[in-house]
Design a protein around this ligand. Structure first.
Ligand SMILES: Cc1ncc(C[n+]2csc(CCOP(=O)(O)OP(=O)(O)O)c2C)c(N)n1
Length: 641
């Protein structure tokens, strides 16, 4: 086993290291073939073209097999996650874990060695597999290094077919704009992908595109260890801008009958072919012994250290009075600045706020003006923003992205899903949600925020009822780990009053995640208002109350987690009406309905929500048109009683 933490300090690769790496890479080729044949699946071709690069990086970068999560380690991100056999074997052979575990357990149910690179394997930084996202992950890591004043380098390994993905072009520009010279990309240029020659699949000039966006491009032979080392040395120590190393390689390199054959992109060898291949590589064929081991495989527990969430000061809550109407997005913006004020002098506080050309509308301009070093303008690059902000949030840092719901959630669902798979701590603040978006029309109406994010297992979706609750919720999510989406509308809305006409969510209110808020007591009907629909529901409650009809009024901000006690309360009367600014098919009403059913709780459920794409118009007119204004809610109650 070799000790790492070398950081490419010497200007050339020593002959001793050359020899070690050559041998190591050859052994890895054997490992790749054994594990894919044993699993009867996987991607040997690209793994073998990338392996000399993997071997060099995992042995000579500043990483520590004994402490894979050391905060000052270099970050090695694998964007072409299907080359997991290459990455796993190189990590094993540089001391991160036992190579036998990896060969035996590759792609076996319950094993950490999943089909595409996963953080369950020590040394893997980010789960990938959906191509095109790795460079944005690297951006998140490189920004973390800069923001936290850490001196580590980030390397991103990518495929060449992968370069067809649009998200990469967003990321290229962002890296240059922010002069991320602590970021180096290496492209495995084997010129093949699943369907054959990359230029037949999709004509593209990879080198020219990167150069045009401002990257330094170094062309090398990706199987020449000296050239790999030299290029990395140049990128780390000599070149003052982001560097892309275009490493010419050969798919299936090392086994003559596999070389330059796209068939081996994703096809393992048969056992008789493996025999021939191992002979050519001059590696002992101990394949049979793994067959039995695989049957008895017990998944190792690597007990990988978790990054703790930063401790922060919540700052001083801001209370909005009942006689003023405020939009929740402004309450968010104000809370954000106040939160930053409270923490910015703390040396270990790393906060980054991302924008995609909408800061004035989503109210992050306050941060942009007051704390420009913490503000990142990524332009109309939502996919890269979602990924980069997610990757940053998995570090000891607070990562905030504010956008219209339709861009921050609907547009970027898969990036959000990957952030969740990677246990990120993203905080997304989505304004202009529901039909409360102004007159922009149906393309801008985010009516699927819950349906989408509730399809993941980790995201928590919160819709504040008014500006005061927005303030409390913003402070809560910024001080807690996990992926949170805070969803708001655009309009100025009522500050919800308590029985004494003081702010209900005022100075004495304690926000507790997962708890419904009982706004008024009554009987026969419970109305559950989702987020800022509370304003319309409250107007309806006033009309009903004046007519002598007292109903129970509930505000639900935390849709994801509703406690059993709260479910019982919701089902405590003959009727439950849910009112939401969301697609009725995947929204709160259906979600609560299924939960009530699960618990055997009975009530008659009436769902009020969005039933079709809505036209353009201001929010009040649209709510009236779609039967979600106070009068429609009153009518619904009266029809039930
Ligand atoms: C977004 C996305 N689309 C499609 C795929 C399916 N896929 C997996 S690998 C691959 C080809 C990748 O080609 P390349 O980057 O050249 O890798 P190599 O063939 O050299 O291993 C495709 C299309 C995917 N993983 N992600």
């Amino acid at each position: 086993m070799f000790d790492s933490w070398r950081g490419f300090e010497t200007s050339s690769l020593s002959p001793e290291w050359h020899k070690k790496l050559q041998l190591l890479a050859n052994n890895c080729r054997g490992d790749i073939l054994k594990m894919t044949t044993l699993a009867a699946s996987g991607h040997p071709g690209g793994s073998m073209s990338s392996i000399d690069i993997y071997a060099t990086l995992y042995n000579l970068a500043n990483i520590d097999p004994k402490q894979p999560k050391r905060d000052d380690r270099d970050r090695i991100i694998i964007s072409h996650g299907h080359t997991s056999p290459g990455a796993y074997s190189a990590l094993a052979r540089s001391g991160f874990f036992n190579i036998d575990d990896c060969i035996t357990g590759f792609r076996k149910a319950g094993s950490p060695f999943e089909g595409h690179v996963e953080q369950s394997v020590p040394g893997i930084e980010w789960d990938t597999g959906n191509l095109g996202q790795g460079l944005a992950v690297g951006i998140g890591k490189a920004i973390y290094a800069k923001q936290s004043k850490k001196n580590f380098h980030t390397f991103v390994l990518m495929g060449d077919g992968e370069q067809q993905k649009g998200q990469i072009s967003e990321s290229r520009r962002i890296a240059v704009k922010y002069n991320l010279k602590n970021l180096t990309t290496i492209i495995d240029y084997n010129q093949l992908q699943i369907s054959g020659d990359i230029l037949n699949v999709m004509p593209q000039n990879i080198s020219a595109e990167w150069k045009a966006d401002g990257w330094e491009v170094l062309g090398i032979d990706g199987h020449n260890l000296n050239q790999i080392y030299d290029a990395l040395y140049q990128a780390i120590h000599k070149i003052d801008k982001p560097v892309m190393i275009l490493a010419s390689t050969v798919m299936g390199k090392g086994v003559s009958f596999m070389e330059n054959k796209e068939a081996y992109h994703g096809a393992p060898l048969k056992e008789d072919q493996l025999e021939v291949a191992l002979k050519e590589l001059n590696i002992e064929n101990n394949y049979e012994s793994y067959k039995d081991k695989r049957k008895k495989f017990v998944a190792p527990d690597y007990n990988i250290e978790k990054v703790s969430y930063p401790e922060v000061d919540l700052g001083q809550p801001i209370t909005y009075q009942v006689d003023e109407k405020t939009d929740c997005r402004s309450a968010f913006g104000n809370a954000l600045v106040s939160f930053a004020d409270a923490n910015i002098n703390n040396d270990s506080f790393v906060v980054s706020v991302f924008d995609c050309d909408l800061a004035a509308s989503v109210k992050t301009s306050g941060i942009e003006k007051k704390y420009p070093d913490n503000f990142f303008q990524f332009g109309i690059s939502e996919h890269s923003t979602a990924t980069a902000a997610g990757a940053l949030s998995a570090e000891k840092a607070i990562s905030i992205w504010a956008d219209f719901g339709v861009f921050g959630i609907t547009e970027t669902y898969n990036q959000a899903r990957l952030n969740d798979i990677n246990h990120a701590n993203m905080k997304i603040f989505n304004t202009h949600c529901g039909i409360n978006v102004g007159e922009d029309g149906k393309t801008h109406q985010c009516i699927d925020y819950f349906g989408l994010l509730n399809s993941t297992f980790g995201w928590k979706i919160i819709t504040p009822a008014d500006p005061n609750q927005t303030d409390r919720i913003v402070r809560y999510v910024l001080s807690n780990s996990g992926n949170f989406a805070v969803v708001m509308g655009r309009s100025k809305i009522l500050t919800i009053p308590d029985e004494n006409n003081k702010p209900f969510f005022g100075d004495d209110y304690q926000y507790k995640y997962g708890q419904i808020d009982k706004i008024r007591d009554g009987k026969d009907v419970v109305i559950a208002a989702a987020g800022n629909m509370m304003a319309n529901v409250f107007e309806a409650w006033k009309i009903l109350s004046n007519a002598g009809i007292q109903i129970k009024l509930v505000s639900i901000s935390d849709w994801t987690d509703i406690s059993d006690d709260d479910l019982e309360y919701l089902a405590s009367e003959k009727y439950l009406i849910t009112v939401e600014d969301h697609n009725i098919k995947t929204g709160l009403g259906n979600w609560i309905g299924s939960k009530l059913f699960d618990k055997g709780l009975k009530t008659k459920l009436v769902k009020m929500g969005i039933r079709d794409y809505a036209p353009s118009g201001n929010a009040d007119d649209l709510y009236r048109l779609l039967g979600l204004d106070a009068n429609a809610i009153v009518e619904t109650v009266k029809n039930l009683l």
